[in-house]
Design a protein around this ligand. Structure first.
Ligand SMILES: [Zn+2]
Length: 348
């Protein structure tokens, strides 16, 4: 028969005060080993820094469960391999659909945590379906972003019909109008994010674009549009088409008198760009206000440097940039959302 915990503590020599301290100690929030549903290959040599910290372990686990593959290029030909984050590939379109829905739900949770679910039933995130590319998944009307699960997402045809296979729930009609037009105009786009943030509501009333006033703002240098013809809440198809035209081939659009919208080839990338654009908007508002008080103008990054910086934010990079937020969401779900889906293929 197993001894009780207090009895075990007596046996190992702890006095009453120490036993009380042990039994009432703060519990860790997360148990990372219980989060991942898939073991990661440890065939690659572990990063040197980790080996140094754990000299008794021959094959320490990878630093995080979402990294894939060995990366040999850092530090010259004799450098130890390190793990890196890649967009995974998939054994089947069904696996890719499950991946997109998991990351869709996680992106919505993150947007909720950031306070972007502040307009009641407003705000929408869509992800193109890999099996039926003229269909997309969207969050159900009125459900909190912060509690979204893959099974809550609604499957919609390009004509606005809610289809079986997803959650049979109503959707935001303006969300359908805007996102259907974007997905139709941009076959390369997998995901689109649009919410109403306070900075964006203020900035969009000014009628200007983001300027390259810092490194992060360069992500959007000559790579976002402005839609200046607000036509009322988007219940008419023409409003969606006009927004898609203003977006053009860029990664985001300022919707004048409305807010902003971002797109990417992953929902992770679209969510990262949405938050990044919002923070750049806040920075420009602050800098312009300060300059107005001083009677000066902001200093801009040069064309060549801004273009070079923008070009580093490719599809893979914007996906990578969201993965710390994805990890936060997965661990905060306490096992409700898994780190991986079945059928993800690690990439070297
Ligand atoms: Zn809106």
């Amino acid at each position: 028969m197993r001894a009780s915990k207090p009895a075990l503590l007596r046996r190992v020599g702890l006095n009453a005060s120490s036993r009380l301290q042990y039994l009432t100690r703060p519990k860790p929030l997360f148990r990372p080993n219980t989060i991942s549903t898939r073991s990661i290959s440890t065939s690659a040599t572990a990063p040197a820094a980790i080996v140094a910290e754990n000299p008794t372990k021959q094959t320490p686990p990878p630093p995080t469960a979402f990294t894939y593959g060995a990366y040999q290029k850092v530090g010259g030909p004799n450098a130890k391999s390190v793990y890196r984050i890649r967009i995974p590939k998939f054994e089947s379109l069904e696996a890719e659909r499950a991946f997109r829905k998991l990351h869709h739900a996680a992106a919505l949770r993150w947007l909720g945590y950031q306070g972007y679910n502040n307009e009641g039933a407003g705000g929408h995130v869509t992800v193109r379906d890999p099996i039926m590319p003229d269909h997309f998944w969207i969050n159900p009307h009125g459900k909190s972003f912060s509690h979204m699960r893959p099974e809550d997402l609604v499957l919609v045809s390009k004509d606005g019909e809610v289809k079986e296979g997803g959650n049979m729930h109503s959707i935001n009609p303006a969300g359908y109008i805007i996102h259907a037009a974007v997905h139709e105009a941009r076959p390369d786009v997998v995901a689109a994010v649009h919410c109403h943030s306070v900075p964006s509501k203020a900035f969009s009333a000014i009628g200007c674009k983001l300027e390259p006033i810092n490194q992060d703002a360069c992500r959007f240098y000559n790579d976002h549009g402005i839609y200046s013809g607000f036509g009322g809440i988007a219940f008419k198809a023409d409003e969606g088409k006009h927004i898609a035209q203003a977006l053009g081939n860029t990664k985001g659009v300022i919707l004048q008198n409305h807010g902003h919208l971002t797109v990417a080839k992953t929902v992770d990338g679209a969510a990262f760009l949405f938050g990044a654009m919002d923070r750049c908007i806040q920075a420009q508002l602050l800098a312009d206000a300060a300059c107005a008080g001083r009677g000066t103008k902001t200093v801009k990054v040069g064309h060549e440097e801004a273009s070079y910086t923008r070009n580093t934010y490719n599809d893979e990079m914007v996906y990578i940039m969201f993965q710390s937020a994805f990890e936060d969401v997965i661990k905060a779900s306490h096992g409700e959302l898994p780190m991986h889906v079945q059928g993800e293929i690690p990439r070297e």
